[in-house]
Design a protein around this ligand. Structure first.
Ligand code: 13P
Ligand code: SF4
Length: 367
């Protein structure tokens, strides 16, 4: 970036990332004076445009801290969706990956939803194209279609229920209790974990996350031997043998909660390393170690950081706020249908929260 007060031109490191899936462009880290100028500029633009920042835990620490400092949110994908829908701002700046921006747009069609880089996607979304997914659904009409949030708007529009890793267990357990058979997509590891936990009848799409799929159980066991008192925190997009070693399994916010509540000084964390910023800020006296992605079976793409999350930058946020570019659009012919499974999930989880203390189970109409 040459001049923070002019229209911002983003420069990238080349090559940014060598994953075979990613065309990710890693924005160049701003110098301290550029960082300060960009933060001031974004803060002023947010006010001027009646906008709010919504960031995921995996994006650059600057985007997490600035979101919170300006009255926005840093959280998991479920809370990002809820916050964006309920916030009075007319523009949402979503730092994360494309499905997060699309979910916000589906829930708030009259708001402008901007993203720092529209090419920031997700291997789960890429691995579940609508035509093939539709054919899969058509072949199994007796099953309730449950899809993970990491999918396109078109896939959501074929679903009966949406879930994130924060609520997938509760929702599938609820559907099982109603005697429903499930068609699950796209993450095979999360699906298998939920199947093991609930015993539900689940037919699986075979997608995976290129980041979590790389954690290695053999090397994790070796690391645990070096730190025998450490607790292991795992995101359920990880392989089953990694989940089997966990002291706590859950969404990004569940991992954060476990780090605060489990009695340990040291934690080994099997999720995207962007998460370490919040873990360390909230727990300054605890030690957090990245779970291994390297080892005998490692590949060039083993680095525990999502190449698409890494495309978000302060310069990108300033640029889209200033120019109004990179607005998310969702096909009007599917937007209402895509909202249905998301609303169902948000209603279910809202009831779960209010009924948790009474021990009652939410009763949302089955698909
Ligand atoms: P959370 O829903 O736990 O925030 O996870 C989103 C994601 O993309 C994990 O890789
Ligand atoms: Fe998708 Fe994995 Fe990146 Fe999450 S970390 S956005 S699941 S590729």
């Amino acid at each position: 970036m040459t001049n923070a007060s002019a229209i911002i031109d983003i420069e990238y490191e080349q090559p940014a990332c060598s994953t075979r899936h990613a065309w990710a462009r890693l924005p160049i880290e701003p110098q301290p004076h550029e960082r300060t100028a960009l933060k001031a500029k974004i803060t002023a633009l947010l006010k001027e445009k009646n906008a709010v920042m919504v960031s995921h835990y995996y994006v650059h620490p600057d985007l997490q801290d600035l979101a919170e400092a300006t009255g926005g949110l840093v959280s998991d994908s479920l809370e990002m969706a809820r916050f964006g829908r309920d916030h009075p701002a007319t523009t949402l700046v979503v730092s994360g990956v494309r499905f997060m921006g699309e979910t916000s747009k589906i829930l708030s069609p009259h708001k402008t939803v901007l993203m720092p880089d529209l090419d920031a996607t997700c291997s789960l979304d890429l691995g579940c194209p609508i035509d093939e997914f539709s054919a899969f659904c058509d072949a199994h009409p007796d099953r309730t279609v449950v899809v993970y949030a990491n999918t396109s708007a078109a896939v959501k529009a074929r679903a009966d229920w949406l879930v994130t890793s924060s609520c997938a267990l509760d929702i599938v357990r609820h559907l099982k209790e109603q005697g429903q058979k499930i068609l699950w997509a796209p993450d095979k590891h999360l699906g298998a974990y939920i199947q093991r936990e609930t015993g539900a009848d689940m037919l699986m799409w075979q997608g995976s996350c290129i980041v979590h799929d790389e954690f290695k159980a053999f090397e994790l066991e070796a690391l645990k031997r070096e730190h025998p008192k450490a607790k292991i925190l795992v995101h359920p997009e990880s392989p089953a043998d990694v989940i089997a070693l966990a002291d706590a399994v859950g969404s990004t916010s569940a991992i954060l909660k476990a780090a605060q509540t489990l009695h340990a000084d040291t934690f080994i964390v099997a999720t995207d390393n962007g998460m370490l910023h919040k873990l360390r800020t909230l727990n300054p006296n605890k030690k957090f170690i990245e779970a291994p992605t390297s080892g005998n079976s490692a590949t060039c793409k083993s680095c525990a950081h999502c190449p698409w999350m890494a495309m978000n930058s302060l310069a990108g946020v300033a640029k889209v706020l200033e120019s109004g570019s990179n607005a998310i659009d969702v096909d009007p012919s599917i937007i209402d249908r895509a909202r249905l499974p998301i609303d169902r999930m948000l209603q279910f989880t809202a009831q779960l929260k209010t009924q948790a203390s009474s021990g009652l189970v939410p009763n949302i109409g089955a698909a």
